[in-house]
Design a protein around this ligand. Structure first.
Ligand code: ADP
Length: 407
């Protein structure tokens, strides 16, 4: 069975084609700058990279370009589109409607549209990607996997904010959490690596990338997570502030005469490591270099606050679960930065946790980086959201087939 996984953003469309026989990625790529000048497709197959410059007006044209290259005699990996058995779509916000992946029918499309209000930046391009794919591949099942779904197991005490309850009832203001597919994959993989049933483990997963979140995964289920109503809450991120006193928002609005849009933009696009480093960079490689090599004070403070915040969340989640067996780092920074991992863990020695500097000296691969006698295991697990989407798509597609056979 071959499954195409699609991740449609506002100006990009990422894809991977899986052969589910052995879960191999046959090819992958991205269409960048959709609707802008200089749009192009970057296609990767068997270690080769092809770049095709082409005007791409919208997501449908982007996907057409992808399907053309997938079936191209020289650069492609399949003979015809008929070889694609199903399509899996990443969707950012499933609201309270979706606690797992689903077959996308018209009812689901309507529910996605109803959730636009909750994710105005993310859900519209996801919906455009789904519509384009359904038009171009009308005869195969399309499955949606939601970033919020894994966190739907949070209990009220973890997801309600202490504001008048009527706002939850009226607007569904609550913690949703994001990166769920990643937290699910990484926590379950952690248990596999440690050779223990996930149902018996308390795991804290740290997805530290451009956007970052921590999750408390107790016995295989998410019980708390640092992103909230939107992906702005929680950790210090590349350009996002994470937690702050809500009074700062109204204070700044008043002092600087800022509109809702302006304050929103400051907190989402000008804050975080970028804001703290005085606009030096939102990229943690640059921040680390400036802080550790060039001894730039602002970068050093940005780096310290960034890691300190992660450590505080890990401590809080150890309390939320009344214990922790393993802490796992993933995503761009978590997978690649030995410094960040060591710095975060330096706050957590009270848990009986010890990192082995030699074992920590790795990048982008699965590893246990704690010492053999460390009470809490520390791991690096590269995330693989696309594989989760492909697996869910396969499962749902096979269920439909079985149901058809029975009836
Ligand atoms: P996104 O949230 O966009 O998926 P990623 O998970 O790709 O982000 O993470 C991007 C971040 O990872 C960037 O800040 C980048 O600098 C950081 N990163 C990548 N490699 C390293 C490294 N070796 N050291 C520190 N940070 C790194």
């Amino acid at each position: 069975m071959k499954i195409l996984v699609i991740n449609a953003g506002s100006s990009s469309l990422k894809y991977q084609l899986f052969d589910m026989k052995n879960e191999n990625v046959l090819c992958s790529g991205i269409v960048e700058r959709i609707g802008l000048n200089g749009s192009r497709l970057v296609h990767k197959v068997q270690g080769k990279k092809y770049t095709i410059e082409s005007a791409v007006k919208d997501h449908k044209i982007a996907l057409k370009l992808v399907l053309d290259i997938l079936t191209d005699k020289e650069k492609g990996v399949i003979k015809s589109m008929n070889e694609i058995n199903a399509v899996g779509h990443r969707v950012v916000h499933g609201g309270e409607t979706f606690s797992g992946s689903v077959l996308i029918d018209e009812k689901v499309m309507k529910a996605l549209e109803d959730n636009i209000e909750l994710a105005p930046l993310h859900n519209p391009p996801n919906i455009m990607g789904i519509r384009a794919a359904k038009e171009l591949l009308p005869d195969v099942p399309h499955v949606g996997t939601f970033d919020t779904a894994f966190h739907q197991t949070l209990s009220k005490k973890a997801y309600l904010y202490a504001i008048p309850l009527r706002y939850y009832t009226k607007y569904k203001i609550r913690r949703y959490g994001f990166h769920g597919t990643s937290h699910f994959y990484v926590s379950h993989r952690t248990a596999e690596i440690l050779n223990k049933p996930v149902e018996e483990m308390k795991i804290i997963t740290c997805h530290i990338g451009n956007g970052s979140s921590v999750a408390a995964v107790k016995y295989g289920k998410s019980v708390d997570t640092s992103m909230g109503f939107t992906p702005l809450e929680g950790l210090v991120m590349g350009t996002r502030s994470g937690d702050l006193d809500p009074a700062i928002v109204t204070f700044l609005q008043e002092k600087e005469n800022l509109s809702y849009k302006e304050i929103n933009s400051i907190l989402n696009k000008e804050s975080g490591a970028f804001g703290l480093s005085n606009g030096l960079s939102s990229d943690m490689r640059d921040i680390e270099n400036a802080a550790l090599e060039d001894h730039n004070d602002a970068a050093k403070i940005a780096l310290d606050i960034y890691d300190y915040r992660i450590a505080k969340y890990v401590g809080a989640y150890a309390a939320a679960m009344n214990g922790v067996d393993a802490i796992t780092f993933t995503a761009g920074v978590g997978e690649n930065s030995a410094y960040a991992r060591a710095d975060v863990c330096s706050y957590l020695e009270f848990l009986g946790l010890k990192v082995d500097p030699n074992k920590n000296n790795i990048r982008g691969k699965e590893a246990i980086i704690s010492t053999d006698d460390s009470k809490v295991k520390v791991l690096v697990v590269p995330t693989n959201e696309e594989l989760v989407i492909a697996r869910d798509t396969q499962k749902i597609t096979q269920n439909i087939k079985n149901e058809e056979e029975v009836s």
